[in-house]
Ligand binder design. Structure first.
Ligand code: F6R
Length: 236
């Protein structure tokens, strides 16, 4: 594992963007696994800057996102598709047809999971996966459980996740209670994992995940078994 301690969120975001940029430069037609939430906002802003400066070309990149709320359409401003369109896809020269987010409104969400796994397989897997981490150790929306679930699947969100994500909604009651998330197989099969976390409140779960026992009760702990894991953490 490479562990990088950044001095600030700004520095963390620059480092993370540089690692993603290096991936795109080395393999212009790479498959990037992307995340939403507050952690990657600075990273995406830096990627946009590099693209604006002509330093980065996303035209051949394909992206697959980790997760989506169940029941939210892509034009709902709380959906993860909307988040990605707004914060990255509309601001860089990526081909929107090559950007993939699970469909949280599919009629049959378990079939949607199968479709998503097939899609990732057909792309040849993910070259680099950007991850954030939840306060309960979730990655994607893989919540603490008795088992690690391999496939893309429907999950019921943990009350602590609903609480944490309520900040993006008008009220807690509006936070969807279910989501569809990439499973641990797709995440563990990626070639390179880049986990970013900032804030003192993430320190304890990060330590437990990286140095404690590997257990599905702390989903991110499985990353200890990944052969190419980079973690960037800043306390601020
Ligand atoms: C989002 C995702 C989640 C977040 C996690 C941390 O696509 O997969 O696992 O990465 O909830 O969220 P923030 O960054 O908002 O603290």
């Amino acid at each position: 594992m490479n562990f990088v301690k950044a001095e600030s969120y700004e520095q963390l975001s620059k480092f993370a963007a540089n690692i993603i940029a290096a991936q795109v430069i080395l393999k212009p037609d790479c498959v990037l696994g992307l995340a939403t939430g507050s952690s990657p906002l600075g990273t995406y802003a830096n990627l946009v800057k590099m693209c604006d400066a002509g330093e980065l070309d996303f035209s051949k990149v394909t992206s697959v996102n980790l997760d989506e709320y169940a029941g939210l359409t892509g034009d709902n401003d709380q959906s993860y598709r909307y988040f990605m369109d707004t914060n990255l896809f509309s601001k860089v020269n990526i081909d929107r047809d090559k950007t993939h987010v699970p469909n949280g409104c599919a009629a049959d969400l378990s079939k949607e999971g199968e479709r998503y796994d097939e899609l990732i397989k057909s792309l040849g897997g993910i070259d680099l996966q950007l991850l954030g981490i939840g306060l309960d150790g979730h990655i994607g929306f893989n919540e603490p459980d008795d088992v690690f679930t391999k496939e893309t699947h429907l999950v019921t969100l943990d009350p602590s996740t609903i609480e944490a994500n309520a900040r993006f909604f008008a009220s807690k009651d509006e936070v969807p209670t279910q989501a569809i998330t990439m499973g641990m197989m797709s995440i563990m099969q990626v070639k390179k994992v880049l986990l970013i976390a900032n804030g003192k409140n993430k320190k304890e779960i990060l330590e437990k995940s990286l140095y404690g026992p590997i257990t599905p009760q702390i989903p991110a702990s499985i990353l200890q078994l990944h052969k190419d894991l980079t973690v960037i953490y800043s306390e601020n």
